[in-house]
Design a protein around this ligand. Structure first.
Ligand SMILES: Cc1ncc(COP(=O)(O)O)c(C=O)c1O
Length: 477
């Protein structure tokens, strides 16, 4: 494709994306994809084209083949999983990143890539109300950031054992503590970092699904008595199922006393800390060793964009650094080389989409949108609370509700089946999209509010849909 062909195809594609977003805003598309397993595979040729085709044909197939296979995360009635950032400014930022086609192997390979990342991660840190002693780096996902955190914890506890025999050098087994509601990425990170499933403790929860402090302390005591070495605690600021906030200050006090690394997973809930009125929810955060917050969730930035913040960048660099001759430059002592702040060597220019989005929207508009979502969640909670036989099964902390419709006379198994049936019925209807989850051993329906296009009217429409679907399911069940 020549630059001139790109100009024409690019204009057409931007036009297509704009029209797609307009269609989403109009609310006419079904939220959930309308395809079955294998439909797209069957519609595509088995072999790659031998000769090029006009770009218009590709564009036509986007509409004909791809869109029907999309569950529309940016739809105003998307209430599944978590809000996914997709600001159109950040779409443009990604386009520039790819258009420039640079790769940040080191500062010299693209100085602006490094320095814009340094500036925008500082901006985000400040917007989150965190102290200047934290330094940030952009990763692809929270899963990668939490993995890096646990490797750093392991290396601190073993005095950089990886540079010797690693975990195969003997020594007391290291233990990681997290809550029973921690995201699955934490256990995965612990397993991949070599701790072993036997050394990952899922600490019991209190009545509000937060990590229980006495249970954490008891687990540490038991492990020490058994000759194990407590190494790290991972607290969650906004659990996936209910957005519960583990109590950071007392956990940090335990971590400090016991010499544990404290990593805070604020992948989703951390976004709320742009609002000063929410910061009490992670009081004590300044004592964390590392924090992850995903701007690609509730902060409007397009996937992928995960902010990893550390208190001791020198430790991170010592654990992660590689220094082959072909990457060395005379500037190395004066600059950041972000390849030493995470796993990949090559890095995209992710900071562009943050920079552009913040300049286009301003932090005030993002805060206003967060407050709008919190208010919409409070409204829905009030409707549920006032309407029997609906029940909220977890406190409303941020923008996620966990609800059940509990008609009298159904036993636990029947209620679980009912919950999944009416939720699935809404998804299949295309009217809205919700994700059920298991909380305290029972199926509940999560309503996660915060798609950029979701206004109060969409939440009111969802509530109507929920009542209709639950009534129909109860009558059928
Ligand atoms: C609390 C929490 N942590 C981590 C993750 C994983 O995020 P990522 O997809 O960026 O790895 C999620 C995703 O839902 C989450 O809710």
């Amino acid at each position: 494709m020549t630059p001139d062909e790109f100009r024409r195809a690019g204009h057409a594609l931007v036009e297509w994306i704009a029209a797609y977003r307009e269609q989403l805003a109009a609310g006419t598309l079904p939220v959930q994809a309308r395809v079955g397993p294998g439909d797209l595979i069957a519609a595509l040729p088995a072999a790659a084209p031998e000769h090029g085709e006009p770009f218009a044909a590709v564009l036509a197939d986007l509409e004909r083949l791809i869109v029907p296979g999309i569950t529309h995360w940016q739809h105003p009635r998307f209430f599944g999983y978590f809000p996914s950032g997709g600001s159109l400014t950040s779409v443009l930022g990604d386009m520039v990143s790819t258009g420039l086609g640079v790769i940040g192997l080191n500062w010299q390979a693209s100085p602006a890539l490094t320095e814009l990342e340094q500036v925008t991660t500082d901006w985000l840190r400040d917007l989150l109300g965190l102290p200047a002693q934290f330094s940030g780096v952009l990763q692809d996902t929270a899963s990668a950031a939490s993995f890096v955190a646990l490797v750093c914890a392991r290396e601190r506890a073993t005095d950089y054992g990886a540079a010797r025999a690693g975990l195969q050098g003997g020594g007391a087994p290291l233990v990681v503590y997290t809550s029973a509601q921690a995201h699955s990425s934490i256990e995965k990170a612990a397993l991949l970092a070599g701790f072993g499933r036997e050394h990952v403790r899922a600490i019991e929860l209190d009545a509000e699904f937060r990590m229980q402090l006495p249970a954490l302390e008891a687990a540490i005591r038991r492990d020490r008595a058994a000759g194990l070495l407590p190494c790290a605690v991972v607290a969650t600021s906004g659990t996936t199922a209910t957005t519960a906030m583990d109590p950071i200050a007392p956990i940090a006090a335990v971590a400090g006393r016991e010499g544990l690394w404290l990593h805070v997973d604020g992948a989703m809930g951390g976004a709320a800390m742009l609002l000063p009125e929410c910061r009490h929810l992670w009081a004590g955060i300044e004592a964390a060793d590392s924090i992850v917050v995903n701007p690609h969730k509730w902060l409007t930035i397009a996937f992928d964009c995960s902010l990893y913040l550390v208190r001791d960048p020198q430790h991170l660099v010592r654990v992660m650094s590689t220094n082959p001759s072909y990457l060395q430059t005379p500037m190395d002592t004066q600059v950041r080389n972000y390849r030493d702040w995470g796993i990949p060597l090559g890095r995209r220019f992710r900071a562009l989409k943050i920079w552009m989005t913040l300049r286009d929207q301003g932090a005030a508009a993002i805060r206003a949108r967060l407050r709008r979502d919190l208010a919409n969640a409070r409204w829905l909670a009030a409707q549920v609370d006032a309407t029997a036989p609906w029940r909220r099964v977890a406190p409303l902390v941020l923008q996620t509700l966990c609800v059940r419709h509990e008609p009298p006379g159904m036993d636990a198994a029947a209620l679980d089946a009912h919950t999944r049936r009416w939720t699935q019925a809404i998804n299949d209807s295309g009217a809205a999209y919700l994700t059920p989850a298991v909380v305290a051993g029972r199926w509940v329906t999560r309503v996660s509010i915060g798609s950029a296009l979701t206004e109060a009217t969409h939440v009111a429409e969802l509530w109507e849909e929920m009542r209709r679907a639950a009534q129909a399911s109860a009558a059928a069940g």
